[in-house]
Design a protein around this ligand. Structure first.
Ligand code: ATP
Length: 288
């Protein structure tokens, strides 16, 4: 079974020439996100580091894709390139069919459709939760009453209703991360890019956040790319899990997660869940 899953999951790049891969949703629809032959080499006075090589990936609108792989394999680099925070040294990155990068400069209109969430919530400590959540709207010149209404709506969505006037230091780590998610959603992004957003949370809070993120993704219909070190978390959340191999990061395999939604936490005892986790762990071990 493990072997069967992995065989089905080999990335396009690894298939022999002329092999006719069955169409998947991401192949048949216009992709929301597309990486074609993306390379990244970091250069400094001390030398160069090849972080990514020849990344080809398509993510369909509304799809939830998790990126996993060993520490240092290039997950953050890939996400930052997608987000328009870091230019690739080769290849093409498109969102909604438009290039994210044009000659080393990012396309502001394209990246304005993205919401970003990192491991640290990065809230302004002297702003209330409401003001933090509404900050991107303020920067876009949205009037105060509209900002306030939107912040309240988003606080409700992420389970922070009633905490709008609190300061970040008055909230728990999980609540602060919810505020960061609400802020990322404030401009109605079509794409959410998340780098280990729950990595600093305790296990119980992380479980709860996973349930909430699943529901947020379904309510908003956003396309999500989610970086995590946790294979069970990736399998719980994602429609597809992309496994990167170590430096330089390349796509080792792409595993479809064939589990019905909404998923409950207890899904982790189901054979299909366990088999997918095991297949990914085996693949990760092969790569080490
Ligand atoms: N600014 C930089 N300059 C030089 N090398 C870098 C820079 N940022 C990352 N790297 C290198 O690129 C490689 C990929 O790093 P990256 O942070 O993308 O990996 P990662 O998979 O996200 O790691 P982790 O899981 O530990 O967060 C690593 O070898 C790292 O040392």
């Amino acid at each position: 079974m493990t072997e069967h899953l992995l065989r089905a999951a080999r990335s396009e790049a690894e298939l022999p020439q002329g092999y006719d891969e069955p169409a998947t949703p991401a192949d048949t629809l216009t992709p929301e996100l597309e990486l074609a032959g993306v390379d990244k080499v970091y250069s400094s006075r001390r030398g160069t580091t090849e972080a990514l090589r020849g990344i080809d990936l398509r993510v369909a609108a509304g799809e939830f894709v998790a990126l996993v792989g060993r520490s240092g394999c290039g997950k953050t680099t890939l996400l930052r390139i997608l987000a328009g925070l870091l230019p690739p040294t080769g290849g093409e990155v498109r969102a909604g069919g438009r290039p994210v990068w044009r000659g080393g400069r990012r396309d502001e209109e394209t990246v304005s459709r993205f919401g970003l969430v990192f491991q640290e919530p990065n809230l302004f400590p002297w702003f209330t939760i409401e003001d933090n959540v509404a900050l991107p709207l303020k920067l876009r010149g949205v009037d105060r009453a509209t900002r306030r209404a939107r912040a309240h709506e988003l606080c409700d969505l992420v389970g922070l209703g009633g905490f709008e006037k609190s300061l970040p230091r008055e909230l728990s780590g999980g609540m602060r991360q919810r505020a960061a998610i609400a802020r990322a959603l404030s401009c109605d992004p079509s794409v959410l890019l998340m780098d280990e957003p729950f990595g600093a949370l305790d296990a119980l809070t992380r479980d709860r956040m996973n349930l909430e993120l699943q529901s947020i993704a379904s309510t908003t219909g956003a396309t999500v790319v989610f970086v995590t070190h946790s294979i069970p978390e990736a399998v719980f959340l994602a429609d597809r899990v992309v496994l990167l191999s170590p430096r330089p990061g390349r796509i080792h395999s792409v595993v479809d997660v064939d589990l019905a939604r909404p998923r409950e936490l207890e899904i982790d005892v189901e054979p299909a869940f366990r088999e997918t986790v095991r297949a990914l762990r085996t693949a990760l071990d092969e790569e080490a």
